[in-house]
Design a protein around this ligand. Structure first.
Ligand code: NAD
Length: 373
C-alpha cells in the first residue's frame, strides 16, 4: 500500500513529467489536435497493478487474444517482476514501476496501459498513462468521483489517446442481446427492471482488504453495485432521471465499519420505469430481469465470468457462449483502436455511473430522492 509520502512523490514525478509530455504533444500538433500514437496489430498491452484480477483473469486472457498481447508490466512490487517475466516472456525493457512509468512514452512495444488497481488510484494512474501517450483501459468503477472521471477523460483527449472502462458485460453476447431488446422492443415497452449484483464474502481475517476501506473505493456499491447501475442503463437504453430511494446498511458492523455491506436503490427512468437494484458483500445476488408490456426476459447469472444466460417469456433461450469474456472484451477494444472506431464502453460510461453512484450515496444519507438531470 502507498504511504502518504509515496503518493506525494508520485504526484511530484507526474507534475515534473507533465511539462515534458505536454510539450511533445504540442510539438506534434499540426492539425489542431495531438497526434494519436502509432499502432500495430496485435497491440502491446501493459498491465498496471498485478493483483488478483490481473493475475487470474487478464494475463491468461491476453494469451487468447488475437489483436492484443501482454508485452509489459507496471508494478509497485519488485518481487513480482521475475515470475511475471518468466511466465509471460516479458522483456526487461518493458518492465516499469509507478515512479518511472512516464518513460513509457519512448516505448513502441506498449500501446495500451490497463489500470487494474484498487479504485482510489485509477485516476492518477490513468492520467499518468495518458500523459505517456498510451491508450488507457481502466477497470470498474472508473474512479472515486465524477470529477476524477472527468479529469481522466480530459487527460486522454489532451494527449490524443482513447479511454475505455472494463465493463466486460457489455461485450458478453447474451448481455448484448438484451441490450438490443431496448431498441427492438420484442416484448413491448419496458415497464420494470430488477438488477441484483453481489456476493457473500469476507471473514475476520480479511478486515484489512481494500474492498472494506472507504478511502480506497471499497464497499458493495462501488465494487458490485456498478454492475447493477450499468445494467439498469443498458437494458433500458436510457439515463435515469432520479434516484428515487436508497438505503445502505451493514450487518457485520465489525468488518463493515467504513463501507456498506448492502445498498438497495431505485432508479427512475423517463416515462416512470423503475429499476429496483440491490448489491451486497453479504448475499449472493446475480440476476437481471426486465418486465415489459407483452412479456419479460432475464439473465441469471447476469455478471459471472462464465455461463451468463437466461430466457425470455416466449421461450427464447439466451444461451450464446463465449470462450473467454476478458479476451473478447480486450480484442473488441483493440480492434476498435486499430480501426479508429469508437470504443464500446468509453470513459463517459464510467462517468455516468459514478454520477449515479454518488447520487445513491446522497439519497441514502439524506433519505430524500436525488435528481440526476
Ligand atoms: P487486488 O487487490 O487483488 O489487486 C490490486 C493490485 O493493485 C495489487 O497488485 C496492488 O499491489 C496494486 N496497487 C497499486 N497501487 C496500489 C495502492 N495504492 N494501494 C493498494 N494496492 C495498489 O484487487 P483486484 O481484485 O485485482 O481488483 C483490481 C481492480 O480490478 C479493481 O478496480 C476492481 O474493481 C477491478 N476488478 C474488476 C473485475 C471485473 O470483472 N471487471 C473483477 C475483479 C476486479
Amino acid at each position: 500500500m502507498w504511504t502518504t509520502s509515496g503518493r506525494r512523490q508520485f504526484f511530484q514525478t507526474i507534475a515534473a513529467t507533465t511539462a515534458a509530455t505536454t510539450m511533445s504533444c504540442e510539438q506534434n500538433e499540426d492539425s489542431g489536435g495531438p497526434t494519436p500514437p502509432v499502432l500495430s496489430d496485435p497491440l502491446g498491452v501493459a498491465l498496471l497493478g498485478l493483483g488478483s484480477y490481473a493475475s487470474t483473469r487478464l494475463a491468461p486472457a491476453l494469451q487468447l487474444t488475437k489483436h492484443c498481447r501482454l508485452t509489459g508490466i507496471i508494478t509497485g512490487t519488485p518481487s513480482k517482476v521475475g515470475e511475471w517475466q518468466n511466465r509471460y516472456a516479458i522483456e526487461d525493457k518493458n518492465v516499469y514501476n509507478y515512479e518511472n512509468m512516464a518513460a513509457l512514452i519512448d516505448n513502441p512495444d506498449i500501446h495500451v496501459v490497463y489500470v487494474v488497481t484498487p479504485n482510489h488510484v485509477h485516476a492518477q494512474f490513468a492520467i499518468a498513462a495518458a500523459r505517456a501517450k498510451k491508450h488507457v483501459w481502466c477497470e470498474k468503477p472508473m474512479a472515486m468521483t465524477p470529477e476524477e472521471c472527468q479529469s481522466m477523460i480530459d487527460a486522454c483527449k489532451e494527449n490524443g489517446v482513447k479511454l475505455c472502462i472494463g465493463y466486460r458485460m457489455q461485450h458478453e453476447p447474451n448481455t448484448q442481446t438484451v441490450i438490443g431488446y431496448a431498441t427492438s422492443k420484442p416484448f413491448g415497452a419496458i415497464q420494470k427492471v430488477e438488477a441484483l449484483s453481489g456476493f457473500s464474502g469476507f471473514g475476520s481475517s480479511e478486515a484489512d482488504v481494500w474492498r472494506l476501506k472507504r478511502a480506497m473505493g471499497g464497499g458493495a456499491l462501488f465494487d458490485m453495485g456498478v454492475y447493477a447501475i450499468n445494467a439498469a442503463r443498458y437494458v433500458t437504453g436510457q439515463e435515469p432521471v432520479r434516484v428515487k430511494t436508497a438505503r445502505q446498511w451493514s450487518e457485520r458492523s465489525e468488518l463493515f465499519a467504513e463501507v456498506d455491506e448492502w445498498t438497495e436503490f431505485e432508479l427512475e427512468f423517463p416515462a416512470g420505469v423503475i429499476a429496483s437494484c440491490r448489491t451486497s458483500f453479504g448475499e449472493n445476488l446475480n440476476r437481471l430481469e426486465v418486465s415489459c408490456a407483452q412479456g419479460s426476459y432475464f439473465l441469471e447469472p447476469m455478471q459471472a465470468y462464465e455461463g451468463v444466460s437466461g430466457e425470455a417469456s416466449d421461450g427464447t433461450q439466451l444461451n450464446l457462449t463465449v470462450q473467454n469474456q476478458q479476451a473478447k472484451q480486450m480484442d473488441d477494444d483493440a480492434l476498435a483502436l486499430l480501426e479508429g472506431r469508437e470504443l464500446l464502453v468509453p470513459g463517459e460510461e464510467g462517468l455516468r455511473d459514478l454520477r449515479i453512484l454518488k447520487a445513491i450515496e446522497q439519497s441514502a444519507s439524506t433519505g430524500q430522492p436525488v435528481e440526476l438531470t
